[in-house]
Design a protein around this ligand. Structure first.
Ligand code: HEC
Length: 275
């Protein structure tokens, strides 16, 4: 039933967006696109297709798997082995056993390797899925982050390595590189910027970081799938015309740490619905 309602909403969204592209003015287009997404949100009510990912993710979390044939229920996401509720809101953080700062995705991957015995090569095979075939990681991440709904974003930022990760992230944010000499700040360093129809948050400011950070992971209507924060950053490296970073690289984790610390205090509402 839910699936049918969502399919109907999608068709209607395409209609609204399709109409909007027939109008010439950019401002008008933008307003109509935003109105289209609003309408889509209204039709879904509190439903978000991310719920399907969450359900699959919970089942995968609890199912014995990997060479060790154990579930991820023994995984320590930072609040103690087996505690999922609220854990995402307190990441990225320094993990003693790994000796490094990890975001939620890196930590889940760590548990798949150390608890379940999955090889690093296997774990890295397909972190980002497609609309018709989501990745296991996307399901697991959606389950874990949804369990932080209602929690305030509160990465500890006290351990020297956590502080170092914040500083590294902040400096990477301002490094200009690539064929156009772009940095993250080129697109995300001023108020009121946008590219085509997309508003660009000013990620040097706490308020914009709060708004942006709680919007991820997200179900994107334009790609019909849930994307993780690692995906978001990788895709922005692409927008910066830089090679795609290695999955879970230190630089991506540092950027996520920077944004999470800047977003401290914002209430996480679960995976958002995005354009
Ligand atoms: C060439 C411009 C450009 C550069 C450079 C760029 N981004 Fe982006 N970024 C965008 C656009 C455009 C969007 C919105 C995409 C969309 O709506 O589909 C976006 C979205 C985002 C978002 C999500 C915002 C939200 O509210 O949902 C984050 C977070 C982000 N970028 C971080 C970064 C980081 C970190 C870097 C540097 C590694 C970076 N961006 C570099 C253009 C850029």
């Amino acid at each position: 039933m839910k699936k049918r309602i969502m399919a109907a909403a999608l068709v209607s969204l395409c209609g609204v967006l399709g109409l909007s592209f027939a109008t010439p003015s950019l401002a008008q287009k933008k307003d109509e696109t935003i109105a289209g997404i609003e309408k889509y949100r209204e039709m879904l009510g509190d439903d978000n297709p991310a719920e399907l990912y969450e359900m699959r993710g919970e089942a995968a979390w609890k199912k014995p798997a990997g060479p060790n044939n154990v579930s991820l229920e023994k995984c320590d996401l930072g609040l103690g082995a087996g505690i999922v509720k609220g854990a995402y809101a307190q990441t990225p953080r320094y993990f003693e056993d790994a000796g490094r700062v990890m975001d939620i995705e890196s930590r889940i991957a760590w548990c798949m390797m150390t608890v379940q015995g999955i090889s690093e090569a296997d774990m890295r095979k397909r972190p980002f899925g497609s609309a018709d075939k989501p990745s296991l990681m996307e399901d697991l991440v959606t389950y874990v982050v949804t369990a932080s709904k209602g929690f305030k974003i509160a990465p500890p930022n006290t351990h020297p390595q956590e502080k170092a990760a914040f500083e590294l992230g902040q400096s990477i944010f301002h490094v200009r590189a690539g064929p156009y000499d772009f940095s993250c700040a080129t697109c995300h360093g001023q108020d009121g910027k946008r590219i085509r129809l997309q508003e660009l948050p000013n990620l040097t400011k706490a308020a914009d970081n709060q708004r942006a950070y709680i919007g991820w992971p997200a179900y994107r209507v334009s790609t019909s799938q849930v994307h993780s924060m690692q995906w978001r950053i990788n895709d922005c490296f692409r927008q910066q015309r830089l090679p795609e970073p290695k999955y879970m690289s230190e630089s991506v984790n540092a950027l996520i740490t920077y944004m999470a610390v800047m977003a401290t205090g914002a209430e996480y509402k679960g995976p958002a619905l995005k354009r």
